[in-house]
Structures are given as structure tokens and as C-alpha cells.
Design a protein around this ligand. Structure first.
Ligand code: BTN
Length: 262
């Protein structure tokens, strides 16, 4: 299990900004944190667990991860303004995750709109951002699941269109779990601060540099059915996907859409 005291000692400037609860098992760190948020948990509350019994992925899917082979946690943050301004938050979180992994020497980790962390076109991890309105502010529960090593059963169940990848394919030896978790929190604090100041717009260039399919032909599916085909032109200032089709550059907002390489 993660020891919160060890993690705190590795947080540097972000020390004191997170309140970490480490659990052996829970249904889902995000479900539990949403519950605690409703009871008034402060920004910076974090739940990390060794085992989720009902992990959740995007678009209502499940998320399977085995305890020895993954890092599974959720972070609660509050932002001024309404939830409408947070559309690009999951993209911004992706930038934080890549920077944290790069700090351990990982190269070639890319992002797929809106919430996948990829290596070599396989899925290394996923991000689930859930938003709620609060008076004059918005609350985000950011859930992150990372495959550290390849589990016996598939490490993720969120997007069967992609094979699974694991961090030990990329960095060997694997970073020590506490150090890796601390670095993820440090980068998240940094990205949350920048996002609070200028929204996704201030992180867009970094996201586009990490966009796995920038200028590549893509398809957008809704409920498995083809909705649009074109060339991926990155993300707009608010995080909407830009796809160049015969009708021009079209904006696509998250929701039920899923992106595929063509
Ligand atoms: C996806 O790619 O579909 C998103 C997966 C997000 C999984 C993480 S694991 C920690 C947190 N708790 C959950 O139940 N889900 C997220």
C-alpha cells in the first residue's frame, strides 16, 4: 500500500496541498471521492487504492486493474467559475501525466483525445474527469489509472479498440511507486494552477505536441457508428477536438464520441 507520509515528504513545493488517503480496497476511488466531495471534502483530497472492486472507465465502461500492476487514484480539485470552463481539463491532466513520466526518463508517451495515455499506439493508462457545479465554482474529481506492468488479465477495459501497454515496457527498472505517485501529484498541482489561471488555452500547445494523431487521418464514432472522418488538427482553445473534413475544420466536443485512427 502507498504510505501517505512518504509521499508527502516527496512533494517538494506541493507539500501540504494534498491530503492523501490510502486504502487497501474500495469500489472506485472516483466514486468514493465524489461521495466525500458531497460531504465537503476540501480541494486536494486524494484517494489511492491497491484494488478497486468497481473501477469505472469513460463512457460508462468498467476499468479493471490488478493491485500489483497498476497505480490507481483520484484527486479532488475546485476551480472558480462554472463547469463549462473545464471542458479541456482531461486533456490538461494528460499533459501532467506525461510530464511526470518523462521526469523518470520515459520517452514516446503520447495522448489521445480526450482521455487516453498511449505508448506505441497501445493504452498505458486512462483519465476520467467528473465535474460538478458548486456555488460560484466547479468541482472536479480526476481519476487516473496507469498500468505499471502487464497484468495477467487485460489492464484496462475501457477501450477495447486499443491493446494495453505497461510502464515497464518503457522504463526499467520501474520507478519506485511512492516517487512516481508524488511526481504525478506535483505535476497535477502545477497543471491545475495553470489551468485555473488561463484554462486549457495555456496548455494547448503542450497537448498538441503530445497528440498521438496530430495531422493523422481519424474517424469519430458515436455508439460504434461512424459520425465523421477527417484529419485530426488537434484541439481548440477549450479542448474541443478539431477535425478537418470536406466541410472545413469541425469542432467536436467530448461526450459519447470516440476517436479512432483511420
Ligand atoms: C478510461 O480510459 O476509460 C478512464 C479510466 C480511468 C480509471 C481510473 S482508475 C482511478 C479512478 N477510479 C475509477 O473508478 N476510475 C478512475
Amino acid at each position: 500500500m502507498i504510505d501517505p507520509v512518504s509521499v508527502q515528504s516527496m512533494l517538494g513545493d506541493a507539500r501540504g496541498r494534498f491530503d492523501i488517503d490510502s486504502l487497501q480496497e474500495c469500489d472506485s476511488t472516483s466514486t468514493l471521492l465524489l461521495k466525500r466531495a458531497a460531504e465537503g471534502a476540501p480541494a486536494g483530497s486524494v484517494i489511492v487504492t491497491d484494488r478497486q472492486t468497481a473501477g469505472r472507465g469513460s463512457r460508462g465502461r468498467g476499468w479493471l486493474a490488478s493491485p500489483e500492476s497498476s497505480l490507481t487514484f483520484s484527486v479532488l480539485w475546485r476551480f472558480d467559475g462554472g463547469v463549462g470552463q473545464l471542458a479541456g481539463l482531461s486533456l490538461a491532466v494528460g499533459v501532467a501525466v506525461v510530464h511526470a513520466l518523462e521526469a523518470f526518463g520515459a520517452n514516446g508517451i503520447m495522448l489521445k483525445w480526450p482521455n487516453d495515455i498511449l505508448y506505441d499506439n497501445a493504452k498505458l493508462g486512462g483519465i476520467l474527469v467528473e465535474l460538478q457545479s458548486a456555488p460560484d465554482s466547479a468541482l472536479a474529481v480526476v481519476g487516473i489509472g496507469l498500468n505499471l506492468s502487464m497484468p495477467e488479465s487485460i489492464g484496462e477495459a475501457a477501450d477495447f479498440a486499443l491493446p494495453a501497454a505497461a510502464l515497464d515496457d518503457i522504463i526499467l527498472p520501474l520507478p519506485e511507486r511512492h516517487a512516481l505517485f508524488a511526481q504525478l501529484l506535483v505535476e497535477l498541482a502545477h497543471v491545475f494552477d495553470r489551468f485555473s489561471y488561463g484554462g486549457f488555452a495555456v496548455l494547448r500547445d503542450q497537448w498538441q505536441a503530445l497528440n498521438a494523431w496530430q495531422n493523422h487521418p481519424v474517424r469519430l464514432l458515436r455508439n460504434g457508428l461512424l459520425e465523421k472522418e477527417g484529419v485530426c488538427r488537434g484541439a481548440d482553445l477549450d479542448g474541443a477536438l478539431l477535425v478537418q473534413t470536406s466541410a472545413g475544420v469541425e469542432r467536436c466536443l467530448s461526450g459519447d464520441l470516440s476517436l479512432r485512427a483511420r
